[in-house]
Design a protein around this ligand. Structure first.
Ligand code: NIG
Ligand code: FE
Length: 411
């Protein structure tokens, strides 16, 4: 984006509003909706050297930023806060197996699923992995996404996890318009060679891998898949506790396949988020609210795996939990990267309001990644936006998938 610039929009969504539980008014009331997204009608944003320097009503906009550029709907660039975008190969054969009656968890137990992607990814060269990761991240940028999380989790040994983290760092260097947040998910599943000695894998992750990742500065976050068929609460506790001591921010995949207690653990350790939550309960929501742990909900998983249980988004919001939405882009449970469709499904399947869903892919998703300068339009924020050619901002989730006239403005 050129040095000084002024953007004016009929609907300017700043996302600078308060958390839903602090707002009066009934769910879906226009006033509540507009407060949640920090709507400024006929609003202006002035940017200088890649940062927002002024935001407010266009009539009071300062001079000196050149000819204003006009938009219908303008909002902060979206934030994709949960992806497994570094992988090789395909899991397409799973469709036939699943539709012949095997479940996702059974395929995983039989050595397929995540382990099949681990095999294919370990065999891929650095060059092939980097090229495919860059192509996937470019597709997010083309959607108007300005920050993306990328997890490891298909390496699952000391050298492979470090190799994958280095590839993520290389991709981040190649795409400076995207803020990439790297997450070490060495605790995705126990790799086959450790199946008979799980404790040794946990010890390797805690005592060798995580200290080296910290020393090299290769990741900002550490995640665990704490669920049936993955890691137990006690194994996850050991890994997250060590990660926290090393200065990593914490994330968790929890209560997707069964209720095992990973969400309470995530809240207890102050994790940024607990993700999935299909089987999470009221006591989990209360603990998350008290700890300030956000929920990341992933409706593409629900449809791709045709899961019978859905996370209780309305109960989460009523409990005072901030809710983010993400694609969970990965080769197995959600082989899709359409964040706009995710927003739409957040409304239709999870019963979020349009404002809550849009907040979930901007401000809340940025908070989940610890990014204070993404997901909102306010002074000091990164000058990254996405514009839409729509009659009203609330038409966005109403449209399933990319809405008309989408224009990424990532600088
Ligand atoms: O978020 N739940 C665990 N991990 C991923 C799935 C990864 C895969 O199936 O390859 C998820 O759904
Ligand atoms: Fe995931």
């Amino acid at each position: 984006m050129s040095v000084r610039r002024c953007l004016i929009a009929r609907d300017l969504l700043t996302m600078a509003g308060p958390i839903a539980s602090e707002l009066r008014g009934n769910i879906g009331d226009v006033g509540r909706e507009e407060a949640l997204i920090g709507l400024v009608r006929d609003g202006a944003v002035c940017v200088e050297a890649g940062r927002v320097v002024w935001v407010g009503p266009a009539v009071t906009c300062p001079d000196g930023f050149g000819q204003p550029e006009l938009f219908e709907v303008l909002m902060p660039a979206w934030v994709e806060c949960h992806t497994h975008a570094l992988f090789a190969g395909s899991r397409a054969p799973d469709f036939a197996r699943r539709n012949a009656g095997l479940g996702y968890a059974e395929i995983l137990e039989a050595g397929g699923g995540i382990s099949s992607t681990v095999r294919q990814t370990r065999e891929a060269s650095d060059e092939a992995l980097l090229a495919s990761l860059i192509a996937r991240l470019e597709r997010f940028a083309a959607q108007g996404v300005g920050a993306v999380e990328v997890k490891t989790g298909y390496g699952l040994d000391y050298d492979e996890e470090l190799r994958h983290l280095r590839i993520i760092r290389e991709a981040a260097r190649t795409l400076p318009q995207l803020r990439i947040v790297a997450t070490c998910l060495a605790a995705h599943v126990v790799p086959p060679e450790y199946r008979e000695r799980r404790a040794d894998y946990v010890t390797m992750v805690c005592d060798r891998l995580l200290p080296e990742v910290a020393r090299l500065g290769l990741a900002e976050q550490v995640d665990v898949f704490c669920d049936r068929g993955a890691f137990t609460v006690e194994e996850s506790r050991a890994i997250l506790t060590r990660a926290k001591a090393l200065g990593f921010a914490l994330r968790a995949h929890s209560e997707e396949l069964a209720h095992t207690g990973g969400t309470l653990l995530a809240a207890e350790l102050g994790a940024r988020s607990a993700d999935h939550l299909e089987h999470a309960r009221q006591e989990d929501f209360a603990a998350m609210a008290a700890a300030g742990t956000a929920a990341v909900l992933l409706p593409l998983v629900t449809i791709h795996l045709d899961l019978p249980d859905r996370p209780k988004a309305r109960a989460l919001i009523a409990a005072g939990v901030e809710v983010a939405l993400s694609t969970d882009y990965n080769p197995g449970s959600a082989n899709g990267d359409d964040l706009a469709l995710t927003v739409s499904l957040g409304c239709s399947m999870l019963k979020l309001t349009p404002a809550e869903a849009l907040r979930g892919v901007t401000r809340v998703a940025a908070e989940v990644l610890g990014l204070a300068d993404h997901g909102r339009i306010e002074v000091g924020a990164a000058a990254k936006f996405v514009a839409f050619d729509l009659p009203c901002w609330s038409d966005l989730p109403w449209h399933m998938g990319a809405a008309p006239g989408r224009l990424p403005l990532l600088g």
